[in-house]
Unconditional design. Structure first.
Length: 125
């Protein structure tokens, strides 16, 4: 009987140990879930922080533009862009005229080339 009692006590100890291991495994699983939740929260916080930094930078730029006495608004910016485009167009048109004039000058200097007279071929032997 003492062997039976000893085996029953050992079985109870093993069952208690199994219960402890099960609790440990469930605790590890909860820790893993909590770590994943913390990582997700950190990623979301980083994204929000990036958005906030972008908003602050845009606000700073707008504030500086509004306080700049030389800035006349988007109308002047558009006019400056149009002036730049018109200057570039005039430059390209001048270059085109120069190239066309050079082309005409070179065409006048060309000598017409006449093709040589063809001589009949001798038959092969």
């Amino acid at each position: 009987m003492s062997r039976e009692l000893s085996l029953e006590r050992e079985l109870e100890q093993l069952n208690a140990l199994n219960a402890s291991v099960d609790l440990l495994l469930s605790a590890v699983a909860r820790v893993n879930e909590n770590v994943n939740a913390a990582k997700s929260s950190t990623d979301n916080s980083a994204a929000l922080l990036e958005d906030w930094i972008s908003i602050l930078n845009q606000t700073r730029f707008a504030n500086n533009a509004l306080r700049n006495p030389q800035w006349k608004g988007t109308l002047d910016d558009t006019e400056d862009e149009m002036d730049s485009v018109l200057r570039k167009r005039a430059q390209l048109e001048a270059e085109l005229l120069a190239v066309e004039a050079e082309n005409e000058r070179l065409e006048k200097n060309l000598v017409p080339v006449t093709s040589p007279k063809k001589t009949p071929k001798r038959p092969r032997r």
